[in-house]
Design a protein around this ligand. Structure first.
Ligand code: ZN
Ligand code: ZN
Ligand code: ZN
Ligand code: ZN
Length: 370
C-alpha cells in the first residue's frame, strides 16, 4: 500500500491571526451587544443595565478610535505593541482620554461629553457603593431611563452623522437599538403625563415655547432664546434633562425652510440641503464697515474664539460677533496684546498670557529659557 503524503492543512479563517480591521469589527460588535443588553435589562435588572450600557458606550468610542489606528486605544501609546494588544495585554484608554484623542487626533470633538461622564460615574457608584437601585427607589429608575435616552441620542447621531462613513454598513443594527429604546421613551412618557404635562401646558398658555425633546420625545423641551438675530437657541428638557447646547436657526437659502446648525453642520428640515461652516459664514456675515463696539480697526472680518479655541470661526453679524463653532456670542472684538489677533472672550492680560493662537510674553520667555 502506498503511503498517502500528508499536505499541510490550510488554517481556517478563525485560526488566522487577527488583523486590525478584524479587531475593530469585534469591538464594534461588542459595543452593539453590550448596549443592547443594557437596554433590555433596564426594567428587569437595572443595576446591570447601567453597567452594560456604559460599557457599550465606551466600546463605541474605542471602535471609532480604532478606525483611525488600533494603538489609539492603548493608554500609553508609546508602549503600544501589536502582539501584546491581540492577547489583550494592555491598559486601554479612559473615557476622558478617548475624548481627548478623538478631538486632537481624529479632529472630532464631542460637545456632550458630560452625558457620557455621568454614565460612567453612575456605573462606578453602582460598582463600589450601596445604590438606590438596590432599594427600588422610583427616582433611581427614572434617572437610568433619562441617562440612557440622552446617551443613545448622542451615540445615534454620531453613528449616523459625524461617524457615518465608518459605520454606515451597520444601519440595520443601529435601527434595531433605536427600536429597543422605545421602551425607555414609553416609560418617560408616563413620567411626563403624570408629573409635568399640566404645568407645561400652563406655561405654553403664558407664551413659553416648548419643542419635542430630541432625546425622550416628550413635548417638554423648553426653548431659551440666547440671541434674537440671528437666532441662537438652546433647549432643556424638563423630563429627561437633555440639554441641546446652543444651536443656530436661520432660513434655508434654497427653500426658506428652517435650518438648525450645530457642531459645525446643519441641514434644512424641508429640502434637506446641508450647510457647512463656510457656507454659514457667507450667509450670516454682514459687510465690514468699521467696528462700533471696538475702537480697534481690523482689516479682516474673521476672528478667533478664546472660548473654544476656534481659529477664524467668529463672524460679525450686525452688532454681534458669533463663533460658529461653539455659538458663543459677544458684542465686541478684542485684540490680543501679544499677537494682535482679534478674538471674542479674550482673557485678561492677553499681552502676558496670550490668546487661543499665541503663547503671550510669558510663554515666549519660558520657551526661550528651555
Ligand atoms: Zn427629554
Ligand atoms: Zn431648504
Ligand atoms: Zn467658539
Ligand atoms: Zn495672541
Amino acid at each position: 500500500m502506498s503511503k498517502v503524503s500528508k499536505t499541510p492543512e490550510l488554517k481556517t479563517k478563525a485560526e488566522l491571526p487577527p488583523t486590525p480591521k478584524k479587531l475593530c469589527n469585534w469591538v464594534t460588535n461588542n459595543a452593539f451587544d453590550f448596549l443592547g443588553k443594557g437596554i433590555d435589562e433596564f426594567q428587569t435588572d437595572s443595576k446591570y443595565s447601567v453597567i452594560h450600557f456604559c460599557t457599550g458606550v465606551e466600546l463605541f468610542l474605542k471602535a471609532r478610535l480604532m478606525k483611525e489606528h488600533w494603538s489609539l486605544v492603548v493608554r500609553d501609546m508609546n508602549k503600544a505593541d501589536w502582539n501584546d494588544f491581540i492577547k489583550g495585554k494592555c491598559n486601554s484608554v479612559t473615557l476622558e482620554e478617548s475624548f481627548l484623542r478623538l478631538a486632537k487626533i481624529a479632529n472630532e470633538p464631542i460637545s456632550q461629553k458630560k452625558v457620557f461622564m455621568d454614565l460612567a460615574d453612575h456605573r462606578n457608584r453602582i460598582l463600589h457603593f450601596d445604590h438606590e437601585l438596590n432599594r427600588n427607589v422610583p427616582q433611581a429608575l427614572r434617572d437610568v431611563a433619562s441617562e440612557q435616552c440622552k446617551a443613545w441620542h448622542i451615540i445615534k447621531s454620531l453613528l449616523t452623522e459625524h461617524w457615518k462613513e465608518h459605520f454606515k454598513q451597520l444601519q440595520s443594527k443601529i435601527d434595531e437599538l433605536d427600536l429597543k429604546m422605545r421602551k425607555h421613551r414609553a416609560y418617560l412618557q408616563v413620567v411626563f403625563e403624570s408629573d409635568y404635562e399640566s404645568d407645561i401646558k400652563e406655561e405654553i398658555a403664558q407664551g413659553v415655547i416648548y419643542n419635542d425633546c430630541s432625546s425622550c420625545g416628550n413635548h417638554s423641551a423648553k426653548v431659551m432664546v440666547l440671541l434674537e438675530q440671528p437666532s441662537i437657541q438652546r433647549e432643556m428638557c424638563k423630563v429627561c434633562g437633555y440639554d441641546s447646547y446652543p444651536y443656530l436657526v436661520f432660513n434655508c437659502i434654497q427653500c426658506e425652510g428652517k435650518v438648525i446648525f450645530q457642531d459645525e453642520n446643519g441641514s434644512c428640515e424641508k429640502c434637506k440641503k446641508e450647510y457647512d461652516i463656510e457656507e454659514v459664514k457667507d450667509i450670516l456675515s454682514t459687510t465690514h464697515e468699521g467696528m462700533r463696539n471696538s475702537d480697534i480697526a481690523f482689516t479682516d472680518w474673521e476672528f478667533n474664539c478664546s472660548w473654544c479655541d476656534g481659529y477664524h470661526t467668529v463672524i460679525r453679524n450686525n452688532e454681534s460677533f458669533i463663533c460658529l463653532n461653539c455659538l458663543e456670542d459677544s458684542d465686541r472684538i478684542e485684540s490680543c496684546g501679544w499677537c494682535g489677533e482679534g478674538s471674542i472672550n479674550l482673557q485678561d492680560f492677553s499681552g502676558a498670557f496670550g490668546c487661543s493662537q499665541c503663547e503671550g510674553s510669558v510663554g515666549y520667555q519660558l520657551g526661550k529659557d528651555d
